[in-house]
Design a protein around this ligand. Structure first.
Ligand code: LER
Ligand code: MN
Length: 276
């Protein structure tokens, strides 16, 4: 498991300058930084030079799907905005050297459909394919993440993400796993990963309570064993979030800065060293 690279989603570094987050991740030995997908909040040149200065990579852009960005909205304008938004994320990813963007078909925390499942599915495939073709021209992958039922209704499990990825049918579009969502939705987390196989492009790690791994009840040995079995050599990125009804509200929680940042990488390095 030597080839796996470890990153951390800066989403929880809520109220500090990104330069502090990048410096922290470099200090604790991370290979990469996962950026929140709001390109207009960043100066790409400055990010690039900070990454160079700290000798750390940009692992991915974590796209944010609010009410204005929804690939399966019944409103064609909102669908168009989702496509254009991911294209902007691809431009930003290219500028800072990130090779992936994590995407979803629906708005986050939206649990009701607006049209029939078949029609929404085909809107999703069409929009994500257009965004995927654009990203491919810049050498960037789209990683389609499965979210639990309280955050979306369309793609909750890895097999559903794999089905959409197969329907999109582009070499740069693959599946993304998040152990927090998987713990809620998958009946066998290891089997779900093995079933995706070489179409697994990116992994978010959090424990069952979205705290650092080891602080909940997920069996990470099972996850690591499944990643080994599929010869996974991509990124795993910590995506830890507050124990709050609205985890995206930007609430500051002190433990997500130095404490969980250090604890997570120590935990994962030990885990991956143990899994031969
Ligand atoms: C994003 O990676 C994620 O896991 C969702 O819960 C929405 O932020
Ligand atoms: Mn995630």
């Amino acid at each position: 498991m030597q080839d796996i690279k470890i990153s951390y989603n800066t989403l929880v570094y809520a109220d500090e300058d990104i330069s502090e987050g990048i410096a922290r991740l470099a200090r604790f030995g991370y290979d990469g930084v996962d950026f929140v997908g709001e390109p207009s909040n960043y100066d790409a040149k400055e990010i690039r030079s900070l990454l160079e200065q700290h000798k750390i990579e940009a692992s991915s852009i974590c796209a944010v799907f609010n009410e204005e960005r929804n690939f399966v909205s019944s409103n064609p304008q909102i669908r168009r905005q989702a496509v254009d938004y991911v294209k902007k994320c691809a431009d930003f990813a290219f500028e800072i050297g990130a090779k992936a963007i994590s995407v979803q078909a629906t708005t986050c925390m939206k649990t009701n459909a607006e049209a029939g499942e078949e029609e929404e599915w085909s809107w999703g495939v069409t929009g994500l394919r257009e965004a995927g073709i654009y990203a491919a021209e810049k050498g960037i992958r789209l990683t389609l993440e499965a979210w639990n039922r309280y955050e979306t209704y369309l793609i909750n499990r890895l097999d559903q993400a794999l089905k959409m990825v197969n329907d999109i049918n582009l070499p740069n579009v693959g599946v993304m796993a998040d152990t927090y969502h998987m713990n809620i939705e998958e009946s066998d987390m290891g089997a779900a990963i093995r079933n995706v196989g070489d179409k697994l492009f990116y992994v978010h790690i959090a424990d069952s309570n979205r705290a650092a791994p080891g602080r909940g009840h997920i069996d990470f040995k099972e996850i690591a064993g499944a990643l080994r079995d599929i010869h996974y050599d991509g990124w795993v990125s910590m995506e830890l979030l507050p124990a709050a009804a609205d985890p995206f509200g930007g609430k500051r929680c002190d433990e997500f800065y130095d404490q969980y940042t250090e604890e997570s990488i120590v935990y994962l390095r030990k885990l991956f060293a143990e899994i031969k």
